[in-house]
Design a protein around this ligand. Sequence first.
Ligand code: SF4
Length: 457
Amino acid sequence: MAGKDVYDDDREAIGWVKRVLEYITMIPGFEEELKKDPKGTLDKYGFPLTPEDVALSHTDPDDPMRLVAVYPESKGKLYADFVNRKIRTVAKTRDDCTPSEPKFQNWRQRQMDRCLLDLGPQNMMIIHTPLTFELANGCSVGCEFCGLNAGPLRGLFRYTDENAALWKDILARAKEMFGSAAGEGTLYFGTEPLDNPDYEHFKDDYFKEFDNLPQITTAVSTRNIERLKPLIKELNEDGRFIYRFSILSQDMFKQICEAFTPEELALVELLPQYDEAPGNHFADVGRNEGRTGKEAISGTISCVSGFLINMCTRTVTLTTPTWADDEHPEGMIILAKEEFTDAEDLFDKIGRMIKENMKVTLEPDDIIYAPPYLNVVQKEDDLYVESDRGSALVIREKNGEALVKKVFELAKQGCYTRREIVTEIVNDTKVPAIQSQYLFFMINRLWKKGILSVKEG
Ligand code: SF4
């Protein structure tokens, strides 16, 4: 996240502009009021800002994601710079998440490439963290929109002497195996971080090992105001990261605004997650699938391409995001799941999962699969693979257009092995004559780019 050296002095102004924008996303009718009478509305709600300070847009034709301050001398410019820097940081964090273990690195890159087509533009905001922890079994909140379909809270991993020793051992071994990327995760996933009364102890150990504050997203901020005060203070002193509060009602938003100043929350994103919030955004996945009746704009809330370790149930899961469907209702592909007894056993099992699931080349008998949302199209001189989810990739296969199309045609059926596809095409007189060796490599290249997959199971 933003470097503290740049934003310390500006944090108050950034916080106030951010709070006006939060009013727009949380309070029905506020935006209309502001449009009708900008100055009167800002004064009425006690915002120490001018209408120029909150005039922001996304009008850069070269970069529609970039936030632009309409008045470059206003406080809006500070806020726009802050947000634009935050967006750029996603790409850096994604790089920082690159594990040092070569096979894992290769596999994660392939998943990121696959997700470019599988998830479309949403993939730009996913960091594909290689290692994430859960410190509870289930979640006490039970949000009706839960994209991970978290079950009720059934247990907690407390900070006993024995558990603390296991935790520190796992962190140290993770760093040894994956490098600093192991410290880019979170201590929650399908869990609520503040459910665990010992969260702070685990977080402190994590910080000591990796010099990184694990990000928090909490849906129970109002239940934990006093507990959050030192956590937010620490976040602001560090200045490199962001936290998130899921806001579940207008009343909750108002309580948070009363409990924390805009400056205190400059590094905390408030997510409007209740139906009447004008800016609400829910992923159409998990318990929320089909609930709102709106068209799905994102298909997963998972950001893990790697290992998810539940300390409470002592399980490790190898997973990567995908657009939710009947086969993957939580928007996650689960490749393997194992129980472990101690740190040594855990990393033996992780080593085995890497060996069994992260091959670097295809086997002749792998069943090759082209997902239904992909299509091969020729546009002028270039051949593209286009995704129904709003993204596309150029395929560079010199003079190979007809062959790529034929490979896709067969792979779409999801029942042919790599060897069978090659044989079929070599024997097909309607496609240009080709050496089987070339085709074997072409299929491998398309797989390595995340375009073709190996059929699961
Ligand atoms: S969204 Fe988060 S807080 Fe809500 S039920 Fe799911 S895991 Fe728990």
